[in-house]
Every structure is written in structure tokens, then in C-alpha cells.
Design a protein around this ligand. Structure first.
Ligand code: GUN
Length: 281
């Protein structure tokens, strides 16, 4: 049976460590960090993710400042709110939950956030530094890729020299995880919806990171014996159950290690977010 890469357990350990750090800061009468989270509209999945973030903040002692805005808010109003939050000294981090409604230009909004307050690490200043030197500590890393690296390190899965195949090329996961793996001396292949002969490529992988949002997409026939499988997908099936992008039951016999869904990458994303809020980069 494969090793289960238990993100739920590890994130609990990490959050307890962060709580101790913040308790000490309170004792020393230092300022308590705060996270402003902006949600536009009422996308149910976004509401669930935000609840998880709020709970994690409460657990470690971060002030959570929720801003729920109407679906039809104008781009100008949203920009004004972000600019105000940028100026407030007692707001240490800002997060705009994605996706935003179609009438709002997401790229423009992410540019408005002060890069030092960019809890998600999506600003081009942070993404640019990630591209230049992902191993440096002078930028805010995106939460999911950072959480994946922390999970692999905790389970002592070596990366150097390994062939890492990334499924998906999003700015949130695919591109940044590829850069982080590359900086740790992996050979990286990024695959996407136009990739030809995908299974031929995935069968060569030592590590696969699946982030395409297609339920149970990766099956046993597409992997080789001993592969490490990291599943970023969170898909809701018609029966209400959650599943990842990797068919867990089909693949588990062949994998040497695998992340479960839920309880794998998801909690590590939250741990990554909390780290970004409490760390001065
Ligand atoms: N929507 C899906 N994932 C994310 C994330 O990591 N951050 C934000 N802000 N929105 C998301």
C-alpha cells in the first residue's frame, strides 16, 4: 500500500506551531496580524473555502476581517476597497477570493493589492521573484504550491533529479509548482489540455502533481509503479461526494505515496496561507 501523505495531520502540527509564535507575540505586546478577505458574490465553493480560512485564523489567533460584496459591485468600488485596505496599518494581509464575476478584470485586481500584503502571493512582484529564485525567502509564495512542497519535505520525498509531471498550467498552482520543483533540481514537464500523448508522459513521471479540475482524470493505466501522486483537485460529484483529479482507488496499488482528497493538499493550502499572514517576507 502507498504511504498516505496526510495534509490534515501536518497542517494541524504547523498551525499549532504558528499559534505558539503568535501567543508569544501577544505576550511581547507586538501587533497581532490580521487578514482581510474579500468575497464578491455568493459562490458556494468560495464560501466553503473562506470558512476554512476563517477557522484557521481563529485557531492561531489572527484577526479575520471578512468583506462580503454584492455580485454586481463595480470594478472601481472593489479597487477603492483594496486601496483603502492597502493603506490601513492594522491590516497586514489581503486576499481576494477567486473566481471573480466576469465583469471584473481579475488580473487588474490582483495588481492593486500591495505586494507586501499579498496573502495569496499572486501579485506579479511575488510571481516574478518566484520565477527568478523560488528558493529565496524574499517573496510571498502562492499557498497551494508552498503547501505541497512542505508536505513532500515532511514525508522526506526527494525531488532533486526526479521527473515531475505537472498537469495544469494555472497561475495559482501549475506554473508556480513547476518553478518550485525546478528550483529544487527536478526535471519538470508541464502538461495541459492541448498536450498530445499525455499518458506517455505521465508514465515517465516520478512525481505527478494533478491540478486540472477534472474528477478522477488520472487512472492507473497512466502511471508507472512507484510514482508519487499529489492531487490538487477538489471536485464535487453528482452524489455530493468530493473527489480529486486522481482516481485514488485505481491508482493506489501502483503509487508509492499519494495525497487523499479531502485531507491532503487542501489543509496544506490553509497552512501556507497562515504562514504568509504571519511571516514578514
Ligand atoms: N480560488 C481557488 N483557489 C484560490 C486561492 O488559493 N486563493 C484565492 N484567493 N482564491 C482561490
Amino acid at each position: 500500500m502507498p504511504k498516505i501523505l496526510d495534509g490534515k495531520k501536518l497542517s494541524k502540527i504547523i498551525l499549532e506551531k504558528y499559534k505558539k509564535i503568535l501567543d508569544k507575540r501577544i505576550e511581547d505586546k507586538k501587533q497581532i496580524p490580521s487578514l482581510a478577505v474579500i468575497q464578491v458574490g455568493i459562490d458556494p465553493a468560495s464560501s466553503v473555502y473562506i470558512r476554512h480560512k476563517e477557522k484557521a485564523c481563529a485557531r492561531v489567533g489572527i484577526r479575520f476581517l471578512g468583506h462580503r460584496l454584492a455580485e454586481d459591485i463595480s470594478e472601481e468600488e472593489l479597487i477603492k476597497l483594496i486601496e483603502d485596505l492597502n493603506q490601513l496599518p492594522d491590516v497586514s494581509s489581503i486576499l481576494v477570493q477567486l473566481p471573480l464575476p466576469d465583469h471584473i478584470n481579475t488580473k487588474k485586481i490582483l495588481e492593486i493589492i500591495d505586494p507586501r500584503k499579498d496573502a495569496d502571493g499572486f501579485h506579479r512582484v511575488n510571481m516574478g521573484q518566484l520565477l527568478i529564485d523560488a528558493e529565496s525567502r524574499d517573496y510571498i509564495p502562492p499557498c497551494t504550491p508552498a503547501g505541497i512542497m512542505e508536505l513532500l519535505d515532511y514525508y522526506e520525498i526527494s525531488i532533486s533529479g526526479k521527473h515531475c509531471v505537472v498537469l495544469g498550467r494555472s497561475n495559482i498552482v501549475g506554473k508556480p509548482i513547476a518553478m518550485m520543483m525546478l528550483a529544487r533540481n527536478a526535471t519538470v514537464t508541464i502538461c495541459h489540455s492541448r498536450t498530445k500523448n499525455l499518458a506517455e508522459i505521465t508514465r515517465q513521471a516520478d512525481i505527478i502533481v494533478a491540478a486540472i479540475g477534472r474528477p478522477n482524470f488520472l487512472i492507473a493505466d497512466m502511471i508507472r509503479e512507484g510514482v508519487v501522486l499529489v492531487d490538487v483537485g477538489i471536485n464535487r460529484l453528482d452524489n455530493g461526494k468530493l473527489c480529486g483529479d486522481i482516481d485514488f482507488l485505481d491508482c493506489e496499488q501502483k503509487a508509492s505515496a499519494i495525497t487523499p482528497v479531502p485531507g491532503g493538499v487542501g489543509p496544506m493550502t490553509i497552512a501556507g496561507l497562515i504562514r504568509n499572514v504571519i511571516t514578514d517576507y
